[in-house]
Design a protein around this ligand. Structure first.
Ligand code: RIB
Length: 290
């Protein structure tokens, strides 16, 4: 099967900081590095590293050929990434020593994806394939609806969080992934408990406190502890988790097993500096078991 990802593609400019700047403050960085990133890209690379077949749908600008080439090197199908006139998206990421971050994104081409690109790509999809979307691109609602009509398993990673964006795709979702703060914000915005949402599977990630899987069909609720590690950079850990969960499901794993493997991948990711380029592969996870 295939994972179809309507997803962002960014150049990540990552700055190491002793502490994150406050409002109106200027703080010097201690390091600077560049990575391939974007929540969508990170998820595509994670799923590919977890041995899934992944087709990324997105756009880069005239300056973005490198990003497409790198995704291809990482085993992602890039045939449905367009090169358009808008500049490639980028992110300015400040990471403090304890691993927390602040991110500014410039959307650029990520919010100008030609709609026909999506329909052309999904014309190749098959019933039972997975479709993943996040909130860094245009065309989310049309794509989710198309996915639902085609019988795909439609998943939404609600980041960067916007309650209205979640509301708009909610009728088409089979699967929702969000963090604990976002879950609380969504409950407040909708006036509905997360467990009452019309979505079959919901995962709430809680950083060092692990994750929770709510299956609304059976009414079950399962907690997954996080592996204890010394985090140096949490950027992209949530995306790695999502990519691994989807890859596990795509490969036929039960949800609990897919989540457990994804927790391990995310626990390795937070010990590394960077984004898509440093996402762990299955061998890294196997090495943890030794
Ligand atoms: O989740 C991390 C990602 O958020 C970064 O790669 C950055 O590009 C932003 O999209």
């Amino acid at each position: 099967m295939t994972i179809w990802n309507l997803g962002s593609i960014n150049l990540d400019l990552i700055y190491g900081m002793d502490r994150l700047p406050g409002r109106g403050e200027t703080v010097a960085a201690t390091s600077k590095a560049e990575f391939l990133g974007g929540k969508g890209t990170n998820m595509s690379v994670a799923a590919a590293r977890a041995a899934a077949r992944v087709c990324h749908i997105g756009a880069v600008g005239p300056d973005g050929r490198w990003a497409k080439d790198r995704l291809l090197e990482y085993g992602v199908d890039t045939r449905h990434i367009a090169q358009i006139d808008s500049p490639t998206g980028h992110a300015i990421v400040a990471v403090e020593v304890a691993g927390e971050n602040q991110i500014i994104i410039f959307s650029g081409a990520n919010r100008a994806i030609p709609p026909e690109l999506v329909s052309n790509a999904l014309a190749e999809a098959q019933t039972g394939d997975i479709l993943i979307l996040q909130n860094e691109t245009n065309a989310q609602v049309e794509t989710a609806q198309m996915g639902k009509e085609l019988g795909l398993r439609v998943c939404y990673a609600a980041a960067p969080f916007d309650a209205d964006a979640v509301k708009a795709v909610l009728p088409f979702l089979d699967f929702l992934i969000l963090n604990a703060v976002e879950a609380q914000q969504l409950q407040t915005a909708l006036g509905t408990a997360i467990s009452d949402l019309p979505v079959r599977d919901i995962i709430v990630t809680k950083g060092a406190d692990g994750a929770e899987w709510i299956c609304t069909e059976t009414g079950s609720n399962q907690a997954f502890p996080a592996r204890k590690v010394q985090a140096v950079d949490t950027t992209g850990a949530g995306d790695t988790f999502t990519g691994y969960v989807l890859a596990g499901l795509d490969r036929g794993m039960p949800m609990a097993q897919a989540i457990s493997q994804a927790m391990l991948a995310a626990s390795i990711m937070v010990t590394r500096h960077g984004t898509a380029d440093v996402i762990p592969d299955l061998k890294d996870i196997q090495d943890l078991m030794l």
